[in-house]
Design a binder for this molecule. Structure first.
Ligand code: FPP
Length: 249
């Protein structure tokens, strides 16, 4: 009896490699609070968060996750003090410069999603270089949402589709869910199965609004810089206990 119980406990608490979420979205929250508790500037929290991102991406790769999308800078984050915005952009530039060293190996493809035209020419140039240099890496894709907002993304898709209607290429009746999915920034990948938000906040904050219609959510009080591989494992095990019905029975 004891053995049977132990066995059951083990199956419940270990990762089922046949049921790994294909796509995980992460809202990397709590960097500021992490820094404040240590008497450090907020920029130090973001830098620590970038290191956590590398660790968790490699961990996700080992689990067999195919896509990780992280919220690095939202369309609303421009409202932050200039020195914080500047430090986040500088971190992004350093990250793009160092992507090989920080992520290691040739397994990780990097893609950036979000509104490009408001980014500096330097960042846009570096994004093109990194996306091109990693385009044949097929183990996992790290998607960095930069100057990204779910509502902005839908407005931009609506404009593209409206142009197609205006020019007569399509009729209004042709517009369907697939057309919206095909015209948003994330059209190259499946919707996220699972969205993780650490730091105790319980909201989506304009992240992957369209794509998260049937995502499972996982919240925790841990600040993102403290997030460990064990936390990711715990989250995935919880995901595997969910009964996903997609509106069916
Ligand atoms: C939210 O935490 C976090 C951000 C707005 C930025 C996230 C960016 C990184 C982790 C940088 C790494 C990314 C790359 C690709 C270089 P917060 O600052 O709002 O935290 P708080 O709620 O505790 O203040």
């Amino acid at each position: 009896m004891f053995n049977l119980k132990r066995k059951k406990q083990q199956t419940v608490d270990t990762i089922d490699y046949e049921n790994i979420p294909q796509h995980i979205g992460i809202i990397m929250d709590g960097n500021g609070r992490w820094a404040k508790r240590r008497g450090l500037p907020r920029s130090a929290g973001h830098a620590a968060g970038a290191k956590t991102l590398d660790k968790i991406t490699r961990c996700a790769e080992k689990l067999g996750v195919r896509y990780v999308t992280v919220y690095a800078f939202s369309t609303e984050n421009w409202k932050r003090p200039k020195d914080e915005v500047d430090s986040l952009m500088k971190l992004m530039v350093d990250y793009l410069d160092d992507y090989k060293r920080v992520l290691g190996g040739d397994n990780i493809r990097i893609r950036i999603v979000g509104r490009r035209d408001e980014l500096s020419e330097e960042i846009i140039r570096k994004i093109d270089i990194v996306e091109n240099a990693t385009k044949d890496n097929d183990k996992i894709t790290l998607v960095i949402a930069l100057n990204y907002g779910g509502r902005e993304e839908l407005v931009s898709a609506a404009r593209k589709i409206a142009e197609a209607v205006k020019s007569g290429r399509i009729a209004p009746e042709d517009i369907d869910e697939k057309m919206i999915s095909d015209n948003i920034y994330t059209s190259f990948m499946p919707d996220p199965d699972f969205i993780i938000r650490p730091s105790g906040e319980l909201r989506l904050s304009n992240f992957l609004l369209w794509q998260s219609a049937y995502s499972e959510f996982w919240f925790s009080d841990i600040c993102w810089p403290d997030f460990t591989e064990a936390d990711l494992h715990r989250a995935v095990i919880d995901f595997q206990k969910r009964n996903r019905r997609f509106g069916g029975v």
